[in-house]
Design a protein around this ligand. Structure first.
Ligand code: MV4
Length: 436
């Protein structure tokens, strides 16, 4: 963010919690303002403190990053009320995608395929049984306020559905304070494929192709790559157009991602709308690498009312990129977080290597936040070349003082199914069962 802003000649103010006082972004930004103690509820989620920091430093706009308040419609509205530009879509667009059940209806309205399921929220277990009878088992009960797998329950047959209906509602109520649920047919071995889009204020949009994010563990992504090995040019274009149609339907502005389930278990591969993320995502660099488009700079330009300046025809798929998330976690201990001091931090370099990180030797990883410490993004002309380069880069990467996912990634690159590009969302359980 700071780097892209600086290239555009835009001055930056970093906000930070007391736990991050010695961090690199605090040093790199033109100014920095402490917004509270380590606990995120009192700092990074403290809307008033963030707005105050912006107003007192004379900032014009707020970039919400990819966690915390990035998909909070109330925060986007608060920015507008205070005369600040929220770098992202309108509060209305955020809210319409935030409710997964409403988003699903919106997708249907936009002519974007959705998984067969209920029309809207389910009123009762009886209604769930009726819908399930029509679409066939197995079915998934999903929380409207959910996302990322929370409040999601599988029913293999009708005997189990009433229980799973209540369980999903209870879990949703506890996690989100909203017990609304809906139903979808369960797809057994899908791929998670998402389309990156950019749309300017005039509604002109492009898709920056797809990312395959199927290597996940308990809904935490670990590896993302672009393009996907499985998409035909025709399906890629269909998914891109579908993503742009959905965006147009809600008057979307800025960078966003439309997530799809890709199912090739039938005679023809199909894709279905899953969710839309109304923010920039952790894995956006792979799309930047294969298109040459700085997505953060594009967000800033779009928020300033500037036209996109590129068309779909300007974008050609001629290279490959894979991102490996380096987390301070111990894969041998169920990926348990491993905060502490990085006594040694030596990232790889050379041709085709990009490392996005805030970490440096001697710096600490506090226990309060996400355990992502670096993103290793490897690019090549082909997937084959990219994998060879990734093996080399991961062998160079040295971190001491913390357990990390570096060894895990080295192992993944030796799994034949990954090397062949033949992996689904069950990859880790299926191919690396000792880590599931
Ligand atoms: C599904 C599905 C199968 N069928 N929906 C997971 C989190 C949330 N975003 C939706 N999720 C899923 N929805 C239907 N109808 C399987 C998953 C799913 C999944 C999706 C993407 C990546 C990893 C996943 C791991 C388990 C389940």
């Amino acid at each position: 963010m700071i780097r892209s802003a600086r290239e555009l000649g835009v001055a930056t103010v970093a906000v930070y919690s007391q736990a991050d006082v010695a961090s690199r972004p605090v040093r790199e930004a033109d100014e920095a303002v402490c917004i509270g103690p380590a606990a995120s509820a009192q700092s990074y989620l403290n809307q008033t403190a963030i707005i105050m920091a912006a107003l007192t430093t004379g900032a014009e706009a707020i970039h919400p990053g990819y966690g915390f308040l990035a998909e909070n419609a109330d925060f986007a509205a608060l920015c507008a009320d205070e005369g600040l530009v929220f770098i992202g879509p309108s509060p209305d667009a955020i809210a319409r995608m935030g409710n997964k059940n409403v988003a699903r209806q919106t997708a249907t309205d936009a002519g974007v395929p959705t998984v067969p399921g209920s029309d809207g929220a389910l009123e009762s277990a009886e209604e769930a049984l009726m819908v399930a009878e029509k679409i066939g088992y197995p079915v998934l009960v999903k929380a409207s306020a959910g996302g990322g797998g929370k409040g999601m329950r599988l029913a293999e047959e009708s005997d189990l559905l009433p229980h799973q209906f209540v369980a999903a509602k209870t879990e949703a109520k506890a996690a989100f304070g909203d017990d609304t649920v809906y139903l979808e047919k369960y797809l057994g071995r899908p791929k998670h494929i998402e389309i990156q889009i950019l749309v300017d204020r005039d509604g002109r949009g492009v898709y920056l192709f797809e990312r395959d994010c199927s290597v996940q563990r308990r809904h935490q992504k670990l590896i993302e790559e672009a393009p996907s090995s499985v998409l035909t040019p025709q399906l890629r274009e269909e998914m891109g157009q579908a993503a742009l149609r959905l965006a147009a339907t809600v008057g979307y502005e800025g960078a966003g991602t439309v997530e799809f389930l890709y199912d090739d278990s039938g005679s023809v591969p199909r894709f279905y709308f899953m969710e839309m993320n109304t923010r920039v995502q952790v894995e956006h660099p792979v799309s930047e690498q294969i298109t040459g488009v700085d997505i953060i700079a594009a967000q800033i330009r779009i928020a300033a009312g500037q036209p996109l300046g590129i068309t779909q025809d300007d974008l050609r798929l001629t290279s490959h990129a894979i991102e490996f998330r380096i987390n301070a976690e111990d894969p041998a201990a169920g990926f348990r977080p491993s905060p502490g001091i990085a006594t040694k931090f030596v990232p790889p370099g050379g041709f085709g290597i990009r490392v996005d990180t805030h970490l440096e030797t001697g710096a600490s990883v506090p226990p309060y936040y996400d355990s992502l410490i670096a993103k290793l993004i490897v690019s090549g002309r082909t997937r084959f070349e990219t994998i060879a380069r990734a093996r080399r880069a991961l062998a160079e990467f040295e971190v001491e003082g913390l357990a990390t996912t570096i060894d895990f990634h080295r192992s993944v690159l030796e799994v034949p199914a990954f090397v062949a590009g033949d992996y689904r969302t069950d990859f880790i359980e299926e191919e690396m069962p000792e880590l599931g």
